[in-house]
Design a protein around this ligand. Structure first.
Ligand code: NAD
Length: 352
């Protein structure tokens, strides 16, 4: 099995590459532009393996994509490369439109021209997995879950750009017959997560005794999935998902942001006690504009049709994650030194 993974130096992409190279023994070509979010240190475990290769290239570069595909001759393309941080999309949306929309279009066109020249058997077996987010569905009230039939209603420049790319992927399947499958996943957490996102930021600030910013009142609800459960789901969807279908991926682990932050504090207080409870570091800050109230995934289709189950619940996953950050400062310290922690995504930063 020969797989191109785009965005394989990112948080989820690197978990997927480690899974495909180490657990499955597949031949993997990781195509990544190494933006601020890409980090080859997350791939130390696969570096030097004969079944792993890396290509630094931008998915918007049609020539580079065509020669990557022509040289590597993939059976699958698993497309994760994206601009992924909502706050950054509010401060500057251009990169999101460029990579998420134009980049996905470029990759779909590249895949289509490669796929249309394959022989009948290879054509039948080829898959293009487009990896997306539950944020395309917009925001839920207190009740209900996102299903694969929930209408798209994105709120942020990030989720709107992802929604656009999902529509392109679906259209390339319907119009040209390209064997596309789409997955929409809830919030991920786990090892190798860039320190600007809520969970790693909270762990590292709490460890350093620094304030723990929580947006608004911390009442926004997210449905958390351990990243390695997501990587296994993506592999399964690419293997057995039906062409033209969407599969929602989620861990049935809804938590309010404030409860996530409190849980991290209590796990850290247990493992490595400080002078005072770390909860005292919590600092409520100006909310994100257009902040979706609640996301929650109904993963029944993935569970019943493909037999996937999350292995971690939030309590087991968060403890593993905290311990990973405690044991792996070689990975996060250089990022913390470079990343200023400046608040992004405010319409009027002066008042932030
Ligand atoms: N993080 C989540 O909770 C979450 C949840 C559901 C879906 N997703 C989706 O999963 C995918 C991966 O998310 P992530 O959290 O790992 O993102 P990430 O920001 O950690 O990584 C993105 C990777 O893509 C690369 N990249 C960005 N622009 C590129 C370009 N133009 N060409 C080539 N490479 C480029 C970056 O260098 C980086 O390695 C995204 O498509 C995202 O929308 C993420």
């Amino acid at each position: 099995m020969r797989v191109i993974v785009t965005g394989g130096a990112g948080f989820i992409g690197s978990a997927l590459v480690r899974h495909l190279v180490l657990e499955q023994g597949y031949e993997v070509l990781n195509v990544d532009a190494l933006t601020y979010a890409g980090n080859l240190a997350s791939l130390a475990a696969v570096e030097g393996r004969p079944n792993y290769r890396f290509l630094r290239a931008n998915i918007c570069d049609r020539g580079a994509m065509e020669s990557a595909v022509a040289d590597f001759r993939p059976d699958r393309i698993m497309h994760l490369a994206a601009e992924s941080h909502v706050d950054r999309s509010i401060t500057g949306s251009a990169d999101f439109i460029e990579t998420n929309v134009i980049g996905t279009f470029t990759l779909l066109e590249t895949a289509r021209s490669y796929w249309s020249d394959l022989d009948a058997a290879a054509k039948q077996a080829f898959r293009f997995l487009h990896v997306s987010t539950d944020e395309v569905y917009g925001s839920l009230g207190a009740e209900g879950l996102f299903t694969e039939d929930t209408p798209y209603d994105p709120s942020s420049p990030y989720s709107a750009s992802k929604a656009s790319s999902d529509h392109l992927a679906k259209a390339w399947q319907r119009t040209y017959g390209l064997p596309v499958v789409v997955s929409n996943c809830s919030n991920n957490y786990g090892p190798y997560h860039f320190p600007e996102k809520l969970i790693p930021l909270t762990i590292l600030n709490a460890l350093a005794g620094e304030r723990l910013p929580v947006y608004g009142k911390g009442e926004n609800v997210r449905d958390w999935l351990y990243v390695e459960d997501h990587a296994r789901a993506l592999d399964l969807i690419a293997e057995r998902g039906r062409v033209g279908e969407t599969y929602n991926v989620g861990g049935r682990n809804e938590r309010r942001n404030i409860d996530v932050v409190r849980r991290i504090c209590s796990v850290l207080d247990e493992i490595t006690p400080a002078n005072r409870p770390r909860e005292e570091l919590i600092d409520f800050v100006t909310d994100r504009p257009g902040h979706d109230a609640r996301y929650a995934i109904d993963a029944t289709k993935l569970e019943t049709e493909l037999g996937w189950r999350a292995r971690e619940n939030f309590d087991t996953g968060i403890e593993k994650t905290v311990r990973w950050y405690l044991d792996n400062d070689w990975w996060w310290r250089p990022l913390r030194d470079r990343y200023t922690g400046e608040r992004l995504g405010l319409l009027n930063p002066a008042k932030g």
